[in-house]
Ligand binder design. Sequence first.
Ligand SMILES: NC(=O)c1ccc[n+]([C@@H]2O[C@H](COP(=O)([O-])OP(=O)(O)OC[C@H]3O[C@@H](n4cnc5c(N)ncnc54)[C@H](OP(=O)(O)O)[C@@H]3O)[C@@H](O)[C@H]2O)c1
Ligand SMILES: [Zn+2]
Length: 254
Amino acid sequence: MATQYEFEHPKKAFGWAARDTSGVLSPFNFSRREPSEKDVALKILYCGICHSDLHKMKNEWGTINYPFVPGHEIVGIVTEVGNKVRKFKVGDKVDELPLDAAAPLLCAGITVYSPLRYFGLDKPGLHVGVVGLGGLGHMAVKFAKAFGTKVTVISTSPSKEKEAIKNLGADSFLISRDKDQMKAAMGTLDGIIDTVSADHPLLPLIGLLKSHGKLVMVGAPEKASRASSISFTCREKDNSWKFNWRDKGDSRND
Ligand SMILES: NC(=O)c1ccc[n+]([C@@H]2O[C@H](COP(=O)([O-])OP(=O)(O)OC[C@H]3O[C@@H](n4cnc5c(N)ncnc54)[C@H](OP(=O)(O)O)[C@@H]3O)[C@@H](O)[C@H]2O)c1
Ligand SMILES: [Zn+2]
């Protein structure tokens, strides 16, 4: 029997919805209101899959009311605009980018591009580490290479080495669980973009940084990765110890 979701608003819509924490999606008919004067309606043609969709589907952040239709890296064609909308018209699409390639830029792409720029990790000659070669990680490698930096991927998955080096152009690949590899790379990175979607040890990553290196955490695991304050210290050239960690929300940029 049809539910209220199908009829509460005039516009018919369809999606794939999670209905509980199982991670299973099933067809879902629902409805949307008419666009108001400042709204833009679009037909979604492509949608990237971001791990935040998975966290939400499984209610790992505790914020979801089911049924829930995941998907926020969306692109499509404008089908309706409100009468006060000036920047868009019916038929518009995202610039001239191919729509399928544009979708992942809208979350994974901007989430790693922004801190690379903001924290100054976009200069040729710098050495940037990317932790976790998933959706965000592969974007981070591509942007960091495009900025001209040297890129090391730090991964738990040996099978991703070829993807990192041959396909994405990373310069080197470290297995984060290999203590010898991690030890040999200590103090070599100017900055790290950590994209890991689960709780994981930070201390080995901090050890990879040079003095004044920057560790930027963009992953949003169910349980936050923690490290004691002593682990955020790095050795200065004069052998003193100094806090040098920066996070995504930190406005300092020295
Ligand atoms: N801050 C923001 O605004 C923002 C925006 C978008 C997404 N996010 C968050 O960013 C995270 C990554 O998203 P995504 O779409 O890139 O996810 P993804 O495609 O699943 O990639 C995450 C990667 O993390 C690594 N990983 C997973 N479990 C691990 C563990 N237990 N220990 C160490 N490494 C592990 C894996 O890489 P390896 O196999 O290479 O180790 C995996 O491929 C998610 O938490 C997401 O919610 C945040
Ligand atoms: Zn996202």
